[in-house]
Ligand binder design. Structure first.
Ligand SMILES: Cc1ncc(COP(=O)(O)O)c(C=O)c1O
Length: 387
């Protein structure tokens, strides 16, 4: 039998992560001790309370049915969390939809709102799921560059008028991955005005909202006046609560948009395992305990890597949050060559900037997923890399 992928599959190219992993494993087999800073997968275990609760719930025979659009308890916990942390009041019945991790929500959302050929405004570089969703919907990305000059915030005024007129969706991510820029109320006000002017739906990915190292929490997009009329925020329990493997996230915001997402999802899946939803509700209700420890841990790591890389001549993008460091390395090699050379010579595994878009050339993304001592060791080893 001749097996042939659809033409669309040409748009879903394998990510570089697999190749990096293979190369790293090969070096490990040759005796290299690896320091893996590639994936943004939290290395801190979920709290004992959450793990106990999960064990208890999975033992119940009543836990195994379909949950369809999800249990009310989870949606209510999301609303309580949003009110406490972001000062945003939401209706659990109409303004929340659960997703199977935010990846699932991000990849499917453009299908709900975009027709083939519609333009989606996104950034270069950006988290890779945005492009996957845009391709799935048959829409066209328009990339807004993230530059040092604009403090790594997409410049909406630089979007050509005819592009803005055709755009259906705008995707933002602050604090961002791979570039950890932070949001501000002024910036989000500009986003709301732009969205209203051109009738564009805004999707703000707040996956790293709990990763901030100075002052108050980054503002939620939905806390901006007028934001509930134009958009949605997606957030996940993967990073903030170390629940990446249990796959649970949510989209909140405009009720009409949420209803459209629910309609789409009712055709795609039958809900998340109930113990996961209950554990997630417990995590959200006790968020402050968990996230305070998280911030303390990550802010020390952040400081270590930012200062360490600067001291060896790397140019790091300034930031006070996020789970990553975005840094220009001092070498004329392209970012893929440099990442592979770093694995071979130092055992430090980083993601080349171009994995997130062409504007990532010359940069590395380093995830803060190792203890401080390991990060210090990584910097010392990277210092030895010849220019
Ligand atoms: C910006 C951003 N959004 C969403 C996700 C997806 O996370 P999950 O599907 O685990 O919620 C990631 C994961 O790395 C991310 O970096």
């Amino acid at each position: 039998m001749k097996i042939q992928p659809s033409k669309k599959m040409a748009l879903f190219v394998p990510a570089i992560f697999g190749d990096l992993k293979k190369h790293a494993q090969l070096q490990q087999q040759h005796g290299m001790e690896l320091i893996d800073l590639s994936l943004g997968s939290p290395d801190i275990a979920p709290s004992e309370t959450l793990r106990q609760k999960m064990a208890e719930l999975t033992a119940l025979s009543s836990s195994y049915g379909y949950t369809l659009t999800g249990i009310q308890m989870f949606n209510e916990a999301v609303c309580r969390y949003y009110e406490r942390v972001n000062h945003v009041k939401l209706n659990p019945a109409t303004e929340v939809v659960q997703t199977i991790g935010s990846q699932e929500g991000l990849v499917h959302l453009p299908v709900a709102f975009c027709d083939p050929g519609d333009i989606v405004l996104t950034t270069n570089p950006a988290y890779v799921a945005y492009d996957a969703g845009i391709h799935l919907a048959g829409a066209e990305p328009y990339y807004m560059p993230l530059t040092k000059e604009n403090n790594y915030l997409p410049d909406l005024q630089a979007v050509p008028e005819e592009i803005a007129q055709q755009a259906k969706l705008l995707i933002l991510n602050l604090p961002g991955n791979p570039v950890p820029a932070m949001p501000s109320i002024q910036y989000f006000e500009e986003v709301v005005a732009f969205a209203k002017k051109y009738n564009i739906i805004v999707l703000h990915d707040a996956a790293y909202s709990e990763f901030y190292f100075k002052g108050d929490a980054p503002i939620s997009f939905l806390a901006t006046p007028g934001a509930m009329e134009v958009g949605l925020e997606i957030n996940s329990l993967s990073k903030s609560f170390s629940l990446a493997g249990t796959r649970i996230a949510y989209i909140v915001g405009n009720a009409k948009m949420i209803a459209i997402m629910k309609q789409l999802k009712s055709n795609l899946d039958f809900g998340i395992f109930e113990p996961i939803q209950q554990v997630a509700a417990l995590a959200l209700d006790n968020a402050e305990e968990v996230t305070a420890i998280l911030r303390q841990t990550f802010s020390e790591r952040h400081k270590t890597l930012m200062e360490g890389l600067t001291s060896i001549g790397w140019e790091v993008a300034p930031s006070d949050g996020g789970m990553f460091v975005w840094a220009k390395y001092p070498s004329s090699l392209n970012s893929v060559e440099f990442a592979f050379k770093a694995i071979e010579k130092t055992g430090v595994v980083m993601v080349p900037g171009t994995a997130f878009g062409t504007a990532g050339e010359g940069y590395m993304r380093l995830a803060l997923v190792q203890p401080v001592e390991q990060l210090q060791k990584a910097v010392a080893r990277l210092k030895s890399l010849a220019h």
